[in-house]
Design a protein around this ligand. Structure first.
Ligand code: UDP
Length: 406
C-alpha cells in the first residue's frame, strides 16, 4: 500500500518512513479519538491505520464511548477552548473523568506508543499501564491559543502528564512544561476525495447536480458555519458577476451535530434569493467523490473563512491544481503563500478582486494552481504526517539529555 505513494509523495518522506519502520516494526501504536465517522481526524485515521499496519506496525484505533451528557460536555469544552464562554459545573468534570475511567477498562491501553486525539480521551493518561515502557502523546487539533482560562486549567492537569504534546499550527500552541511539537494535518492523495478522476466521472457529477459547464465556476466547500463566511462568498460573487459571467457553488453537509448549521443554511438560501446561478448543495457526509469532482470542475476555489482551524479544503483544492483564495486565518496562510500558491484576502472586495484576477488571467491561475499542487506534495500529504508521527515516537522513545538549550 505504501508503495502506491511512490511517485506521488516526496521520496525523502517515504525513505524516512521506511527507516523508522525498520526500527519500530512489530511495536504497537494505539490511536484514540471520539468518533469513527465524520470530521478530519476520523478521515485521516481511516487511511493512516491500514498504512501503518502495512508498514509492519501493530496499529490500532479505538474510539472512546460516552453518553449524551459526555458529548454535550465535550462539545462545550471544544467551544470554550476555542475562546467561547460556557458554563461548567464540577459535576460535569467529574462525569468526564468517570466516562474516561469506564473506557480505560474497555480499551486495551497496553501499547508502545499511544496517541490521544483532542480533549475527549485526555484523562486516559491516568490509566497508563505502569508496567511497560511506552510513549504517550497528546494531539490537539483545535485552536487553544486563547481559551476560557478555567477550562484550559482543568484540561492541562492531564496534558502535562503526557510525554509530549502535538499542535497543528504554532500559534495554536500553549507554553507547557513538556515537549511540544507542531505537526500540520494532511490530505490523502489516494482517497476518493483527492484521487484523480476521469472526465466521465466529473461530468457525471456535474449532470447529477445540474451544474452548467459553459461558464466559470467559483466554489466553496465547507460546513454552514458563520466562521466560514458563506454570506461573504455570495457578496464577492455578486461583485464579480457584474463583470464576469460565472456561477457560484456552495457545498456543505447536513449539520447533524450542529444546531446552528440549519439556521445558517436557511440564511444563506434566503440571501442567495432566486439567482439561478447560485447552487447550494447539501450532500451526505460521505460524498467524497462528489466533492472531488466539484473541486475538479471549478475554476476558482475559495475558503473565505474569518476564523479557521487548519482549513484542509484549501490543500484539497491546491492538490487539484486549482487557484485558491483564502481568508488569512488559522492554518490557511500556512497553505497559501500569497502570490505564489494562491491569494490571502481579508475582505469581500479583496476576494472579488482576486477572483476576477484569476478569471481574467488564466495563465497566471494555471501557474498558481501548479505551484499549489507542488506545495501540497511537499508539505501536506498523509505520508508526511506519518513520517512526523513515527519520528516523534522514535525520538521520544530515545529521549536523552537535551543537547541544546531551548
Ligand atoms: N467536507 C465534506 N463535506 C462538506 C463540507 C466539508 O466532506 O459538505 C470536508 C472537506 O472536504 C474537508 C473537511 O470536510 O475535508 C473540512 O475540513 P476543514 O479543515 O476545511 O474544516 P472544518 O470543517 O474541520 O472546520
Amino acid at each position: 500500500m505504501i508503495r502506491q505513494y511512490s511517485g506521488i509523495s516526496p521520496k525523502g518522506d517515504l525513505l524516512l518512513i521506511q527507516r523508522l519502520c525498520e526500527k519500530l516494526k512489530g511495536r504497537s501504536f494505539l490511536h484514540v479519538n471520539s468518533t469513527r465517522e465524520g470530521g478530519g481526524v476520523a478521515e485521516i485515521l481511516h487511511r493512516m491505520i491500514p498504512l501503518l499496519t502495512d508498514l509492519g506496525i501493530n496499529a490500532r484505533w479505538d474510539v472512546i464511548e460516552g453518553d449524551a451528557a459526555f458529548y454535550d460536555f465535550t462539545k462545550k469544552t471544544h467551544n470554550a477552548l476555542q475562546g467561547n464562554r460556557e458554563k461548567f459545573t464540577k459535576k460535569m468534570w467529574e462525569h468526564y473523568y468517570e466516562v474516561n475511567r469506564k473506557n480505560s477498562r474497555k480499551i486495551d491501553l497496553r501499547a508502545d506508543a499511544v496517541l490521544m486525539h483532542d480533549p475527549q480521551p485526555a484523562p486516559l493518561i491516568d490509566f497508563r499501564p505502569r508496567s511497560r515502557k511506552s510513549v504517550w502523546l497528546w494531539r490537539c487539533h483545535i485552536d487553544v491559543s486563547n481559551p476560557m482560562a478555567s477550562v484550559w486549567t482543568n484540561l492541562k492537569k492531564y496534558v502535562v502528564k503526557y510525554d509530549a504534546a502535538i499542535f497543528s499550527v504554532s500559534k495554536f500552541a500553549k507554553s507547557l512544561p513538556l515537549d511540544e511539537f507542531i505537526v500540520t494535518p494532511s490530505i490523502d492523495p489516494l482517497s476518493d476525495k483527492n484521487r484523480e478522476l476521469t472526465e466521465r466521472e466529473i461530468n457525471e457529477v456535474g449532470r447529477r447536480f445540474n451544474i452548467p459547464r459553459d461558464r466559470s465556476i467559483i466554489l466553496q466547500v465547507s460546513r454552514f458555519d458563520r466562521f466560514k463566511d458563506p454570506i461573504g462568498v455570495i457578496n464577492a460573487y455578486k461583485i464579480v458577476k457584474k463583470y464576469n459571467d460565472c456561477i457560484l457553488i456552495l457545498v456543505g453537509s447536513p449539520a447533524t451535530d450542529d444546531p446552528e448549521g440549519e439556521a445558517i443554511l436557511n440564511e444563506v438560501k434566503e440571501y442567495a434569493g432566486n439567482d439561478p446561478d447560485i447552487h447550494i448543495l447539501m450532500l451526505p457526509p460521505d460524498s467524497h467523490k462528489e466533492i472531488n469532482a466539484l473541486q475538479r470542475m471549478s475554476d476558482v476555489i475559495l475558503q473565505k473563512s474569518i476564523k479557521e482551524g487548519f482549513g484542509l479544503t484549501v490543500s484539497e483544492a491546491m492538490w487539484k491544481e486549482k487557484p485558491v483564495i483564502g481568508g488569512g486565518v488559522g492554518g490557511i496562510p500556512l497553505q497559501i503563500v500569497h502570490g505564489v500558491t494562491g491569494f490571502i484576502v481579508y475582505s469581500v472586495e479583496g476576494a472579488a478582486f482576486r477572483i476576477r484576477q484569476y478569471l481574467n488571467n488564466p495563465d497566471m491561475a494555471r501557474r498558481m494552481g501548479q505551484n499549489g499542487k507542488e506545495y501540497v506534495r511537499k508539505n501536506f500529504l498523509l505520508t508526511r504526517q506519518i513520517r512526523d508521527y513515527l519520528s516523534l515516537w522514535y525520538s521520544t522513545m530515545h529521549r536523552g539529555k537535551n543537547v541544546i538549550e531551548l
